[in-house]
Design a protein around this ligand. Structure first.
Ligand code: PLP
Length: 438
């Protein structure tokens, strides 16, 4: 098997070993990708891959009990058990939303609950790979002092936890006052050096790139294609959970657009190795206040015009200058993709509506659900479609968002608490009134 390596994603022919500290093509400046020995992976039949993955899905012991490392040949084939830093990520459940599906005229609507995970977001899927690879690089003698990232709250939480588990120092660049208190406390608890900066995410991203240009600090943002190698497994796991059938649509919220890109990469790999025979359509969902991709799409061009991201409840996708833009555009073109956005009211209502069927949806999941509703109502998503919405973080990371919605009382799905004296008679009266309909 030929070792996996970095190659230029633009296709200019550049290639580097995975021990190289490099984030962009040194010839043309393009983003990088990890190229595996596909010819060798293709020598295993689709049937055999499915049998292998099924067998490992029954294992509890890490690393192969992890949703990512159960598919290790497709992720980082050279890593051995001792290199792998796993917290038991992946195997995120699918939650059916039959009520919402019926209201939207869809035959199947499911939430892929990626926030049900070690640090509460789907960033764990990619971070286990990056940090494992860093541990391996350090063993190979690459002089890396620490790992670093800019973050809207979830990347930093994931990096801090995996780095702590690996015993590697981490530094996180955060936009002051723009992430939730729960997200801020995660890297503090895991012992990261937390830099709270007086700028927005795009500003943090510029700074971390400047600082990590001087090697020794390894960049852990999704611009680094090692992250995408784990994130792409989301598509593989989803198809496995669907008994190797493919949904008609997959809807994913988009900020920096690394995950939308990785989703496409995962489906492409499944096609190439013969485990599935068609592509789903992909919809990228943005918040109306941070929607450069939705604007470009509506304008009929894929050209990037960065915007200054406005404040949105969907703070993890409050990004105006997405780094993985060209990668995501390639995926959207290949998957007959669409892009749409959602207002603050729409995202809040959609999250609350899903909660009524057992979810506890974060605002970004609300964005994806609201865009699903828009696409279903406008007919872009045909009646009877089978749809999977990627739920990207756990709602418990955003308690103020949840509390705010239910405190107001006026919103369609608001459920404020009933204030009562400590009196059984008063309670019975309310029960009679409120439970009568049921
Ligand atoms: C990171 C993140 C996203 C967006 O992913 P990108 O790869 O930046 O597009 C969406 N939702 C949540 C909760 C996130 O943490």
């Amino acid at each position: 098997m030929r070792p996996s390596r970095f190659t230029c994603s633009v296709g200019c022919g550049g290639a580097w070993p995975l021990t190289e500290v490099i984030y962009r093509c040194s010839r043309c400046g393009g983003l990088l990708e990890v190229a595996h020995d596909l010819a060798s992976l293709g020598q295993v039949s689709a049937r055999e891959w499915k049998a292998r993955f099924a067998e490992r899905s029954a294992r509890a012991r890490l690393p192969e009990g992890s949703g990512i490392w159960g598919k290790r040949e497709w992720v980082m084939p050279h890593l051995e058990d001792g290199d792998i830093v796993s917290l038991g990520e992946g195997w995120n459940p699918l939650l059916p939303l039959p009520g919402m599906a019926q209201r939207l005229g869809l035959s199947r609507l499911e939430l892929k609950q990626c926030g049900v995970s070690p640090t509460g977001s789907f960033k764990d899927l990619g971070m286990t790979v990056l940090v494992s690879q860093v541990r391996w690089m350090r063993r190979q003698g690459v002089p890396l002092r620490a790992v670093a990232c800019a973050s809207t709250g979830d990347t930093s939480a994931a990096l801090a936890a995996y780095a702590a588990a690996a015993g590697i120092p981490s530094v996180v660049f955060l936009p002051q006052g723009r992430i939730s208190p729960a997200q801020l406390v995660q890297p503090l608890a895991n012992g990261s050096l937390v830099l709270s900066l007086d700028t927005d995410f795009d500003g943090c991203m510029r700074l971390v790139r400047e600082v990590t240009a001087d090697a020794g600090l390894y960049l852990a943002n999704s611009m680094n294609p090692l992250r995408l190698e784990g994130q792409k497994i989301l598509a593989v796991e989803l198809c496995q959970q669907w008994d190797w059938e493919v949904p008609d649509w997959v809807v994913i919220p988009g900020g920096n657009l690394g995950n939308a890109s990785a989703l496409g990469m995962g489906f492409e790999l499944l096609l190439r190795l013969g485990l599935i025979d068609r592509r789903p359509r992909i919809a990228v969902a943005q918040a109306e206040r941070a929607n450069p991709l939705a604007r470009a799409y509506r304008g009929g061009t894929w050209e990037k015009h960065a915007v200054v991201a406005g404040e949105t409840l969907a703070s993890a996708i409050q990004i105006g200058d997405p780094v993985s833009w060209p990668r995501a555009v390639r995926v959207l073109q290949a998957f007959n993709g669409v892009v749409d956005d959602a207002s603050e009211a729409e995202l809040s209502d959609a999250a609350a509506e899903a909660d009524r069927e057992g979810a506890f949806a974060c605002p970004h999941t609300g964005v994806a659900l609201a865009v699903t509703a828009r696409l279903a109502r406008s007919g872009v998503m045909g009646g009877g479609s089978r749809v999977v919405v990627i739920s990207t973080a756990h709602g418990l990371k955003f308690p103020a968002f949840k509390a705010g919605y239910h405190a107001t009382g006026g919103a369609p799905w608001a459920n404020p608490p009933q204030l009562l004296p400590a009196d059984a008679g008063a309670i019975k009266a309310v029960l009679d009134q409120r439970l009568a309909a049921a």
